[in-house]
Design a protein around this ligand. Structure first.
Ligand code: SAH
Length: 218
């Protein structure tokens, strides 16, 4: 708990995360349950960590930053969020602190099952993780059964924004995703807002480094 509190302090002081809801959510979720026990000592450092299957859990700073961007637009009561890339389930658990319903899609079945186990363990320990749905599937297709989403967040970076995500974003909603920029081949964080009339507005923010978005199931 003390290490987690220090992590939250660093998020405010070093990384300028100011939104109280985000800080509360980051403080609530025990990140050490989502990594192998050998790495638990590093769980609250600002570092990405391996989660198996060649994938990594994002740095706390990056998770907090993306959540803060998502919450900058008004979130209606009962809002739904789509996460592409469940990984170990950490960010999904943080999203569950902030949104009424979380739909999280993962393409690697081993990770999908691992995340499921982590979240069950956390639930048994009494954590608040209601409204969380884990789906084994190709997140490039979004997840149509629960669309539209007020927020969409991708934890893996593709060459382009899949059309399905734009279609499944609700009017007034916001999408945050790392996307490879054609000019230089590097990933940058992209924010897309869908206005009430359905028109889209894109902002390209700073450079980031995420694992690649891939299609198909494994
Ligand atoms: N949010 C995760 C981060 C995991 S890393 C966490 O907190 O642990 C990104 C994940 O995206 C990887 O697990 C990778 O398998 C997954 N991914 C990549 N392409 C995908 C796709 N098309 N659909 C679903 N998941 C995908």
């Amino acid at each position: 708990a003390a290490a987690r509190q220090r992590m939250v302090q660093r998020l405010t002081q070093v990384h300028h995360i100011a939104m109280p809801e985000v800080l509360r959510a980051m403080a609530a979720v025990e990140r050490h349950h989502f990594v192998d026990s050998a790495l638990a000592g590093q769980a609250y450092e600002d570092t990405s960590l391996p989660i198996g299957f060649n994938q990594t859990i994002s740095k706390p700073q990056v998770v907090a930053r993306m959540l803060q961007l998502l919450l900058q637009v008004p979130i209606p009561a009962g809002a739904k969020v789509l996460e592409v890339g469940t990984g170990c389930g950490y960010q999904a658990a943080v999203l569950a602190q902030l949104f009424h319903q979380v739909y999280s899609v993962e393409r690697i079945s081993g990770l999908h099952h691992k995340a499921h186990q982590h979240l069950l363990d956390l639930h048994r320990l009494g954590a608040q993780i209601a409204g969380l749905h884990l789906i084994l599937g190709d997140g490039m297709l979004g997840y149509k059964p629960a669309a539209p989403y007020h927020a969409i967040i991708a934890a893996a970076g593709g060459e382009d924004l899949p059309q399905a995500w734009l279609d499944q974003l609700a009017p007034g909603g916001r999408l945050v995703a790392p996307i490879v920029q054609k000019q230089d081949g590097h990933q940058a964080l992209v924010v897309m807002d869908k206005a009430v009339d359905g028109s889209l507005r894109r902002q390209v923010l700073d450079a980031v480094h995420f694992v690649p978005l891939k299609s198909g199931l494994v």
